[in-house]
Design a protein. Sequence first.
Lengths: 299, 292
Amino acid sequence: MFQAPLEKYPVNIREVILGLGEKAKKIGGENTFPLHFFEGFLPNPPGLGLEVLDMQPENWPTWALDPFEDVVSDPVGWAKKGVEEYGAEILCLRLLSTDPMGMDVAPEEAAKTVRKVVDSLNIPLIVLGTGAEDKDSKVLTEVARECSGKNLLLGPALKGNYQEIAKAALEHGHAIVAQASMDANLTKELNIALCKFFPPERIVVDPTSSALGYGMEYTFSIIESIKQFGLVDKDNMMQMPIFADIGIECWRTKEAKESKDQGVLWEATTGMTFLLAGANLVVLRHPEALRLIKNMISN
Amino acid sequence: MILIGEDLNIMSNAISQAIKERNAQPIRECVEGQTGNGVDYLDLNVGPQKKDPAPTIEWLVNTVQGFTDLPLCLDTTNVVAMEAGLKLCKKKALINSASGARESMETVMPLSKKYSSGLVLSVINDAGLPSDADERAASILESLEYANELGIENEDIWIDPVLMPVGVDQRQILSYMEFIQMIPDLAPGAKSVCGLSNLSYSAPKGLRGLLNRTFLVIITRYGQDAAIVSGFDEELIRLNRGEMPEIVDLIHRAMDEEDMDISTLSTKEQEYVKTTQVLMGKTLYSNSWLEV
C-alpha cells in the first residue's frame, strides 16, 4: 500500500522561555511545520498575547477600546482586566507614551510604569517601545534595569539599536525581539550580529506584520521562509521562534474602523493565518479576537 | 571568458566631470588602467543622455579610441546617442543593450544590422523580467526570432539573462545558472553576457569583489562566454586568466559539495568556499555571510 513519504528535520526551532515561575510560557521548540503532527514534534502551543497600552490611545475605533473603557489610562488596571476578565496568559505592554513624536515620556518614568505592571502580574510580559531607535534604546535599557531578573521579552531590537538593548537584556536577564522588516536576509544578518554576544535561545524574531488585505501574504511568505531556512536548510541563525504583533496593523484598516465584527474577524483571521505560516507568538488587541483564536486552536 | 571593462561610467563622479569638461586625462587613466589589467572590451556607459545626445558619445568614442585599439561596448538607452557612437567605432562594436520590449526591438535592434555590430540582448520583455529559467527561454526565443528576421545572426547576439543581486533573491541566482546552460541549445552560436557587478549590489563595499569573483568562476564552469566587470579588479582578471588554479579548483569542489574541513583552509580560501555556498543556494545570504 502506498505510504506518503514523511519529511524529518534533524533540527529544532529554539525554545524560548517567557516570564518566570509556574506561569512562564515556552514558545518554539518544534522540529516541523505548524500542524505537521504526523511528521514531527510541536511541544509548545503558540503563545497568544493581549496588548496593553501605557496611555489612552488615540484613533482607535470605540469598539477596540470598549473592552477596556474603564481602565484606559491605568496600565495596571488594563493588565489586570486582560488577565482576569479576558483570560490572557501573556501580556504585551506597548510604551506608546515614550514616542518622541508624541508625549515623549522619559525612560525612567516609563520604566516605573513597567515595574508596576510587572509587580501586579504573575504571567509573562512583552514590553515594546515605539520603534524610534534612539529613544527605544534608552527606554528599554532602563526597563531592563528596573525589572532586572524578571525575564521580560523586550523589543524591538533593530539594526541601529540592538547593541544597547541586547547588552541591557543580557545583563538583567531578559529575552529580546529582533526585528528586521520583511526580509529573511536582514533577519539573518541581525541574528548573526546579536549572537556574537547574546544567547540565541533568548531571541525571538519579528519580520513585521501586515494585516489581511494590506500585504498579509508578504508576512505569511516571510514567516514561512524563515521557518523553512531554519528547519529544511538547518540554518542555525534562522531557528528562532517568530513573533507577530498584529493589533496595530489590523485596527487601522478601513474595515476594522467600519464595524466591530469586521475588526474582530480581521484581527482573528490575520492572527490565525500567521499561526498557520509558523508564527510562535502572536499579540492581539481585541479580547474577542483572542477568544476566537483560542477556540479555533482548542477545537 | 571575454571581459568587458565597466569603469568608464557616467555614474562615476570623476568620469562624469571629465566628460562634462571634455577633459581627456581622467578618461585616459581609466582606459589605460583597464587595458593594462587585460580586459577585452571597454564599456562606455553614458547613461540616458536626454539632452543633446550625440556630441557627448562622439567625443568619448573618439577620445577613448585615441588611447586604445580595443573594441567598444556602447552603453546607453538613447538610440540617437547609440547610433552616433556606432558610426565612429573603428572596430566591430557591441550594442548594450536591446531587449524583447517592443520599443527596443523596433529601435535598437536594427542598429545592429545597419552597423554590423554585436548586440547585447536581454531577456527582459514588455512583461518585465522573467521569473525563472523557462520563462527566460521563452522570452529570448521570441526576441531571437525577431532579430534573425531582421538579418542579425546568432553569432552577433550576446544574450543577457539579467543577473539580480544576491541580497534581493537568491533563487534568481540559481535560475540564472540553469538558464546559461540552456543557451547553447536555445541559440546555437550566440554568446552569453552579464553585468557581473549587479550580483553584489547592496552588499558591503569591501566584499563586493569577492562575490563577483566567485560567481565569475562558477558561471565560467557553466559555460558563460562574457561578463561586464570592473577592469580594476586585478584578482578577478587573474582568476579569469587561469593564474589562480588552486582557487578555481577550490570553488569547483565547493560547488560539488565535496566534504572539506574548512578549518584547515586559509582565510582567503575559507571566504571563497563560504561565498560559493551562498551563491549555490546552500546557505541563506546575509551581509555578514563570512562571519558564520
